[in-house]
Ligand binder design. Structure first.
Ligand SMILES: *[C@@H]1O[C@H](CO)[C@@H](O)[C@H](O)[C@H]1NC(C)=O
Ligand SMILES: *[C@@H]1O[C@H](CO)[C@@H](O)[C@H](O)[C@H]1NC(C)=O
Ligand SMILES: *[C@@H]1O[C@H](CO)[C@@H](O)[C@H](O)[C@H]1NC(C)=O
Ligand SMILES: *[C@@H]1O[C@H](CO)[C@@H](O)[C@H](O)[C@H]1NC(C)=O
Ligand SMILES: [Zn+2]
Length: 438
């Protein structure tokens, strides 16, 4: 078998990564070196009336808070939990306001800088590789992830083919891995992308985990073997490469792409509001400084255009589109842009139901599931709705752990449990696809 070279070389096949990565001096981590977020807080607020929601929207705007959940001020409403990151110089004003108005709140993080430093050990202390070659239980910089992809492309050419679908705004390659046993026969495919939103680091970590599990268990696990024999997986570990890089080097909480605007100083577009499906309507912003900015026109972002072009070209054989986000612990399906039921609701719904049950069976972690509009919030121009509208019958968005305790700063210690349980959900959905839905 071509798969890993010699039969006994499973471990060895991963070993050269040691050499590869010992040469790289701990990149990134400038967010740890500075004390940029010292004294910043993350606060959970729950407006109980319309008036309170209105007052919160106003003060969020005034204090320029960084909204963690939901992602846009327009989605702040009565009875909805909102998590906000408030810079140190604004937190006193916000707390005074909350006491005055009696709005219900809870401080999730007293000092964001401390949480950041605790979550990932300092570069000098952390081992970026493990004995078996590559450490999948730390977050990796873009450069590391791309080196890892190149490496697998060389060492696992029987199951992996790496290619580029274009260039990002800042000129970085948009790499995709095609995973699956090569076959002349017609094969259906599953598209998986991670890291549309830069700060959701658990996404790319999951994409890497998925590939690792596929390679390690292809021979021993009949389910995985079936998956890779019958399907191709197109995996894009980092969709928003510029934003992800920026979240390592400049701003840990960056969400958007990094494109420039001709009239405003603010940069970036929300790559999950830039798709041609009810573009720039509810749940998206027309203002370039907002985190949910839809962009000047649909597919204005080269990253979105590249993926849309690829999906259009291959939609005949792509059966499923899976997109990985954080955080909320939800498994979402269309529609995102309206409250309505999709035509093949029962097949998609039963796939989601089984997947969250499979996920929960590992550590008891509960996921909510349902149409994105009613389960999370309404948002137009999303990749999931676009993929569905373009004929891909199963489209899902995962919102991975957690529900706000660490938020975007999910500690590296939780990469393994999060990915292990998510893996079961993804395998479950995939096996569902291989059967005919009644
Ligand atoms: C906090 O500091 C930032 C930059 O130092 C400034 O832009 C912002 O206006 C300040 N906010 C308040 C509420 O003082
Ligand atoms: C992956 O490997 C193949 C050869 O096996 C090569 O043709 C291709 O260019 C490589 N992909 C990238 C992105 O380097
Ligand atoms: C999918 O999960 C359900 C439980 O929700 C389980 O009964 C079923 O066996 C799983 N299927 C596969 C193929 O893993
Ligand atoms: C719904 O399912 C039927 C039968 O499986 C299929 O022919 C049809 O294309 C599906 N429609 C959508 C919108 O996925
Ligand atoms: Zn996201």
């Amino acid at each position: 078998m071509k798969f890993l070279g010699k039969p006994s070389s499973r471990r060895a096949a991963f070993l050269p990564l040691c050499l590869l990565f010992s040469k790289i001096l701990h990149p990134g981590h400038s967010h740890l070196d500075s004390s940029r977020y010292a004294g910043d807080k993350v606060i959970r607020l729950i407006p109980n009336t319309e008036e309170e929601a209105y007052a919160l929207k106003k003060i969020y705007q005034q204090l320029k808070v960084d909204l963690w959940q939901p992602s846009s001020i327009s989605q702040v409403s009565e009875g909805t939990v909102t998590d906000v990151h408030i810079p140190h110089n604004g937190s006193r004003a916000l707390l005074a306001f909350l006491q005055e108005t009696n709005i219900q709140y809870k401080i999730l993080m007293e000092d964001l800088q401390k949480v950041l430093e605790k979550g990932s050990s300092l570069p000098t202390q952390r081992s970026r590789r493990s004995i078996s070659g590559y450490n999948y239980e730390v977050y990796h910089s873009l450069e590391e992830i791309q080196n890892w992809m190149h490496h697998l492309n060389k060492t696992h050419s029987g199951l992996i083919h790496m290619f580029s679908i274009g260039k990002s705004y800042e000129g970085r390659s948009l790499f995709v891995l095609k995973l699956g046993r090569r076959s002349r026969a017609y094969k259906r495919a599953v598209w998986i992308d991670c890291g549309i939103h830069a700060r959701e680091w658990i996404g790319p970590a999951f994409c890497q985990w998925f590939v690792k599990e596929a390679l390690l268990t292809y021979r021993s696990d009949p389910t995985m073997r079936k998956m890779l024999n019958h399907l191709y997986f197109y995996i894009m570990p980092v969709f928003n490469v510029d934003g992800y890089h920026f979240s390592w080097t400049n701003d840990r909480f960056w969400r958007k792409t990094r494109s420039r605007n001709s009239r405003f100083r603010c940069r970036g577009v929300d790559a999950n509001r830039n798709w041609r499906v009810k573009w720039c309507d509810e749940g998206a912003s027309m203002h370039p400084c907002d985190d949910t900015y839809c962009g000047p026109f649909p597919e204005s972002e080269p990253e979105v255009k590249a993926v849309a072009t690829f999906l259009r070209k291959h939609k005949k054989h792509i059966r499923a589109y899976l997109s990985f986000h954080a955080y909320a612990q939800m498994l979402l399906y269309p529609y995102s842009y309206k409250y309505a039921t999709i035509p093949n609701f029962s097949c998609v719904e039963s796939a989601a139901y089984k997947a969250v049950n499979a996920l929960q069976s590992v550590y008891g972690v509960q996921y909510r599931y349902g149409p994105a509009s009613s389960t999370l919030y309404v948002s137009s121009g999303s990749s999931m709705d676009w993929a569905y509208k373009n004929g891909i019958p199963y489209t899902f968005a995962f919102e991975l752990r957690d529900t706000g305790h660490f938020g975007f700063l999910l500690p590296e210690m939780l990469i393994k449990p999060t990915c292990t349980e998510t893996m079961l959900a993804v395998k479950n959905i995939t096996m569902h696809l291989l059967k005919k839905c009644p």
